[in-house]
Design a protein around this ligand. Structure first.
Ligand code: SF4
Ligand code: SF4
Length: 441
């Protein structure tokens, strides 16, 4: 694609990067076929190619964002299916991240939208605040029907609907500690305990530490790590996202200095995609560029790390039919497609893949709150495809997808690591019956 940026514009490293990306796009439109919003809405401006034109126009003309571009960029899930499809290697992720930051800096949203976004950015990345908000959400539940009728308050209704009716107690596993591996030491890793995941399902971190230590891996929960920054990054709140990234880089580099790390283990693929991008996000910060690149190189999804270990035979033989839902951030963001399915199969599960596996479930960070109508359509389509597999359990590697799919599916939705931990001798995952797991020892 031909571009017309001035030399002065290109002196800004963010504009220069976007210009490079724009020039790679050859307008072929292959990406439209796999874009969930184009498939759902049928509007070219809600396709990757349409959004690329809108972003080009805005950046090239140095214009503030307007209502039209905000509407179409807000509808983008950042699912990155377009990047998997694109034959020209267009890095849509970096382009849309730049566009979102530009929108945040130049566009004044309506008051309720501003308040909702500010509240999400204030609450979600902090486990204590998130836990308190979930407790309060119980009192708002009777109002869901009323709120849904008022278009501007639909995000509040969506939030209340997604809030679980009970919250598990906080787990000590999220506290800074070093968990020694059993037997011969096979490695030393740090884990990201995360923000929303550690509140909604702390058993995921417990299963991760339990499985790794049984396999002989020492697990460090470093002092000072926090939210990865993905939630606010996708809202264009660049300063907040970069502050989270720097805090985590510092925490993990201390762990590297105190005994070395083979990997930083991540169990929420949405976080993994962002942490693997820290090197890019902090590339123009001389104090952090090199350290952030090291952290990104160390970041591994738990299934990537496990696949490289020589696993023993599983303790149990489940034979359960599992529908594997590959989160967008797993398959498109990190290109991890094979390992989770192979690990489940090796552990004795019968893995089935739902149709249209490339399409997003509609969770996408805060998307299911901010765009509840499109999100619900995508969720219902996903659940229909999952249920058509005849599976007894759904496995996936991202807490956002777990919450989203579980809000409509009749079958249990479980993190892949909890199923693997159980097959290798750990406890039965909550909400899954003995009969659906089988599990002869
Ligand atoms: S990231 Fe997903 S929703 Fe956004 S343009 Fe690409 S395919 Fe479409
Ligand atoms: S597939 Fe790639 S090159 Fe083709 S229009 Fe989409 S982004 Fe551009």
């Amino acid at each position: 694609m031909q571009t017309n940026f001035s030399a002065a514009q290109l002196a800004d490293p963010h504009v220069a990067e976007s210009e490079k990306i724009l020039r790679k796009c050859v307008h072929c439109g292959f990406c439209t076929a796999t874009c969930p919003t184009y498939v759902t809405l049928g509007n070219e401006l809600d396709s990757p190619r349409g959004r690329i034109y809108l972003i080009k126009d805005m950046l090239e003309n140095g214009r503030p964002a307007d209502k039209e571009i905000v509407t179409h960029i807000d509808r983008c899930l950042s699912c990155l299916a377009c990047m998997t499809t694109c034959p020209s290697g267009v890095n849509y992720m970096h382009l849309v991240d730049h566009a979102r930051a530009h929108i945040e800096q130049t566009y004044r949203r309506p008051l309720l939208d501003r308040l909702t976004r500010a509240m999400l950015a204030f609450v979600l990345p902090y486990p204590g605040r998130f836990r308190a908000a979930l407790k309060l959400a119980r009192f708002g539940r009777p109002l869901i029907g009323l709120l849904e009728k008022l278009p501007t308050l639909k995000p509040v209704a969506a939030m209340l609907k997604l809030a679980p009716s009970s919250i598990p107690p906080a787990s000590p596993i999220a506290s800074p500690a070093v968990h020694a591996g059993q037997g011969t030491k096979r490695g030393r890793v740090a884990i990201l305990t995360g923000c929303a995941q550690s509140v909604l399902d702390p058993a995921i971190n417990e299963a991760t530490v339990s499985l790794l230590t049984r396999l002989g891996v020492e697990v460090v929960v470093p002092e000072g790590e926090g939210c990865c920054g993905a939630l606010v990054h996708h809202m264009g709140r660049e300063d907040q996202a970069l502050a989270s990234a720097r805090q985590n880089v510092d925490a993990w580099m201390r762990a590297v200095d105190q005994g070395g790390l083979d990997a930083i283990i991540i169990t929420a693929s949405g976080c993994g995609t962002t942490i693997k991008d820290y090197g890019f996000m902090l590339r123009v910060d001389p104090a952090y560029a090199e350290k952030a690149a090291r952290v990104s190189a160390l970041a591994k999804d738990m299934t990537e790390y496990l696949a490289a270990l020589d696993l023993p035979e599983p303790v149990r033989k489940p034979g359960t039919i599992v529908a594997y839902h590959s989160a967008c951030s797993m398959q498109h963001g990190q290109k991890i497609t094979r390992q989770p399915k192979e690990l489940l199969a090796k552990a004795g599960f019968m893995v089935r893949e739902p149709r249209e596996g490339h399409l997003c479930c509609g969770s996408a960070g805060t998307y299911n709150i901010l765009q509840p109508d499109i999100s619900a359509k995508l969720r219902n389509r996903k659940v229909k495809n999952i249920e058509a597999t005849g599976a007894e359990i759904v496995a996936t590697g991202n807490i956002g997808c777990i919450t989203q799919i579980a809000s409509a599916a009749k079958l249990p939705v479980v993190h892949t690591i909890k199923l693997l931990d159980w097959a290798y001798g750990g406890p039965k995952p909550d909400g899954v019956s003995e009969s659906s797991l089988g599990g002869a020892e």
